[in-house]
Design a protein around this ligand. Sequence first.
Ligand SMILES: C[S@@+](CC[C@H](N)C(=O)[O-])C[C@H]1O[C@@H](n2cnc3c(N)ncnc32)[C@H](O)[C@@H]1O
Length: 356
Amino acid sequence: MTYFPHDPYPTLPVSPVPAQVQSCWDAQLACQDSDVLSLALELGLFTHLDEFATAEQVASQLALSPGNTRLFLEVLASMGVLEHTSRVPGQTAPAVYRTHPQMQPYLSPASSLYLGDALLFRHKVLCRSRKQLEVLLREGAPPRDAAPDETAQQAWARAARVQIAQEQRAITVPVARRIAGRLPDRLQWRTMLDLGGGPGLVAIALAQDLPDLSGVVYDYPSVAEVAQHNIEAAGLQGRLQSMGGNLAHDDFGCGYDLIWCSSVLHFVPDEAPVLQRLHAALKPGGVLLCAHAEAGDRRVLQYYLRMRMQGRQVLPEGALARQLRKAGFTDVTTCADVDFPVAPVTVLIARKGEAL
Ligand SMILES: C[S@@+](CC[C@H](N)C(=O)[O-])C[C@H]1O[C@@H](n2cnc3c(N)ncnc32)[C@H](O)[C@@H]1O
């Protein structure tokens, strides 16, 4: 029980709002933060905030209302996306704002790590999900298509061109590089498979780091075209190629030293046979790096809610490691809570035992 200081009504208790009620309001306020960020990206606001600028300067460049631009920038600063300061410390000159230095690589459109389109895409998907959630809640998961139709595959191809590519450049590639960099046998790797690799930037980055590495980016045919384009743009067509098919039943090759497989198994009807085929596709001593969200962390529960209600698999913590051992993998090492686009993943490092 708390009381106002110098309370003229000392017997009247002022009960604190329960944390659970505040968390409902916080969730609603987070929706508004998401709208603010998306509007800022759509307006190209961050283009004008690489250097410190007043709200008036930003407003004049974008033909906005100066007063309301200041209020808008204040909220972006409260989110940590911008930093602000007085132009002259200790004086009441107008505040100046710039993109927070740690956010600049991700929000400055000129940066190679720009995430703006990916953030807008996620915002749209999450806004749309309200209607879908209601239908899924009332009707349950729809029957699974045996194979996604051409429209669904084209949607993956569009995502691979923009949103997945931005997320791979900014987040997934650095994670893959860090994990591969820890494995002492990486210098002996000669062939790799990037399964469900989307735009293929993980395979491209690893091939750039390891000059003796060749390999395949495997995805639906229309997505494989995007990967092939990126492979050629990187000048790696002599060492990498893309292959199109449905990984649930088509051949994805064999004899690999390394298989990278991230955020893919959610989309197959049953991961167990795929894991067995991955084991068979590795050379003895080869390594599978498998990065997938596991149900447990709150961000995973939030982000994957719609997909899980659609009947997609997000396995509970530890289940994928158990399935890998069942499929014949040895030395399964778990790296939990690894940063990944939107929600963390568990990275499993699993080996195919050497032939006896
Ligand atoms: C969420 S994205 C992940 C892309 C990439 N692995 C990454 O982590 O950035 C899933 C990818 O798996 C591909 N995919 C899903 N189901 C597939 C299937 N049955 N056959 C081939 N590719 C599939 C999609 O086209 C998409 O590129």
